[in-house]
Design a protein around this ligand. Structure first.
Ligand code: ATP
Ligand code: MG
Length: 438
């Protein structure tokens, strides 16, 4: 549980909201609307889906609408128009009482300056939400202790907030949200007040926690490094609009606008590129059943120090060094010549985590989740990938979706660019005996 659908959400602050909505329908932008009627457009016609169990980061400059959008999701801010559906429940239609109950049950929130109650212990703070829900004392303590343990504060439960560092207090805030066991966590700049080192720890811990607990997390940040560290999709906002949605590497490779391009220009490519994107998929792959003569023919004049060998299902079985192939008898089958010392990395691995392996090996095999060989990576492939500064913003391609509405366009709806179909397109099957390019 934890799927959120946003459909045509706009938020107007100040007076003249009807006029402003009318202007939005005509395709006008935030600055035009401010000039025309003085209304502040907080959000402008936002539609996209947040998948169950994903970690999604809302990013953008100050004033771009991140907090407003986050708070619209549980109607702490009331959208001026549009629909929010959470697990099939139309949140926008809930009455006051139902909304309060739904919010308590479904959403946990963590803010930048998380206010712990000073006169309560950490245990008392973490269990506060459960107390309001009138959960029994025993269950409250059990669940609070579990959450305290999850965030690494075990042993501190009897202390008071002023006895904890800022980072620890932020953990307590996270524990409080976790103890309530809501499916969705809304986190607004939750780590921004922390020291850089502690902040990095917290990012890694949140990512691990999310994998373990499978919560849907919507995280507001204006820090690209933080968004990358959290490891999910990024929604880039500007002037109350969504400019682009995608995995960091898609956004870096294909920035939708100049604004996005500027946002990502100083990004550490090695931290966002994944092995499957760097892999050379065109290199020939041999079959263990082939004879040496057949392999030589298949390779034609191709040069290389080592060849990968995969079975009929495309699964890596080993490698053969070129010298071995050159010196073997033509009738010998490759299975008897295999070397099993091939280094393998997973398609999803970030480039920076595999650099040392690539540097130490002639070539590293990249395999998909199903164990199928996707391609191989040599040091040269890495250098090429890092040297290739992403293209200009004018090249919309599969994988990254561009979400700026042409002015006056009558209808528009965004779908997730991280859908299974685009995912599989980037992990092309390698069932055949050569690694398909692209
Ligand atoms: N309560 C409010 N009344 C009037 N205008 C508001 C209100 N809240 C937000 N706004 C306006 O809506 C726009 C979006 O604000 P929001 O706080 O969502 O931005 P943000 O991206 O979270 O920025 P920051 O990074 O500074 O937190 C801004 O133009 C802001 O001035
Ligand atoms: Mg904000």
């Amino acid at each position: 549980m934890g799927r959120i659908n946003l459909e045509g959400i706009s938020k107007i602050f100040g007076s003249n909201s009807a006029k402003a909505l009318d202007l939005i329908a005509q395709g006008k932008r935030k600055s035009d609307i401010a000039a025309a009627c003085g209304a502040v457009v907080g959000l402008r016609d936002i539609s996209f889906d947040i998948e169950e169990g994903e970690i999604l980061v809302l990013m953008g400059l100050s004033g771009s609408g991140k907090s407003t959008l986050l708070r619209c999701m549980n109607r702490l801010v009331e959208p001026s128009c549009g629909r929010i559906v959470v697990d099939g429940v139309d949140v926008t239609r809930l009455g006051r009482k139902e909304l309060l109950a739904f919010r308590q049950k479904t959403f946990g929130m963590v803010f930048q300056h998380f206010a712990l109650l000073p006169n309560r212990t950490i245990l008392g703070n973490v269990g506060f939400g459960l107390e309001i829900k009138q959960v029994s004392a025993k269950e409250r303590i059990d669940r609070s202790m579990q959450a305290i343990e999850l965030v690494g504060l075990k042993g501190w439960e009897t202390k008071y907030p002023n006895e904890l560092s800022g980072g620890m207090q932020q953990r307590a805030g996270l524990a409080r949200a976790l103890a309530a066991d809501a499916d969705i966590l809304l986190m607004d700049e939750a780590f921004s007040a922390l020291d850089p080192l502690i902040r990095r720890d917290m990012q890694a811990e949140l990512r691990d926690l999310q994998r373990k607990l499978k919560k849907t997390i919507v995280f507001v940040s204006h820090d690209l490094d933080e968004a990358i560290a959290l490891g999910g999709r990024i929604v880039l906002m500007k002037d109350g609009e969504v400019v682009q949605i995608g995995q960091p590497e898609d956004i870096v490779a294909r920035p939708a606008t100049e604004y996005v391009e500027r946002f990502v220009e100083h990004i550490d490519l090695a931290a966002v590129l994944r092995a499957e994107q760097v892999a050379d998929r065109a290199a020939p792959v041999l079959a263990p059943t082939q004879t040496v003569a057949e392999a030589r023919t298949a390779l034609g004049g191709a040069s290389g120090g080592v060849w990968l060998v995969a079975d009929g299902d495309g699964r890596l079985v080993g490698r053969i060094f070129a010298e071995r192939l050159a010196s073997a008898r033509p009738a010998e089958t490759l299975s008897s010549l295999l070397d099993l010392g091939q280094s393998v990395v997973e398609a999803e691995s970030r480039l920076d985590t595999i650099l040392a392996t690539v540097a130490a090996e002639e070539s590293v095999a990249v395999v998909g989740q199903n164990g199928r060989l996707i391609g191989s990576i040599t040091s040269r492939d890495v250098v090429q990938a890092l040297a290739a500064r992403p293209g200009t913003h004018a090249q919309p391609q599969a994988g990254a979706q561009i979400l700026s509405k042409p002015s006056g366009a009558p209808t528009w709806s965004g779908t997730s660019p991280n859908s299974p179909s685009t995912r599989s397109a980037t992990t092309a099957s390698t069932g055949s005996q050569s690694m398909a390019a692209g």
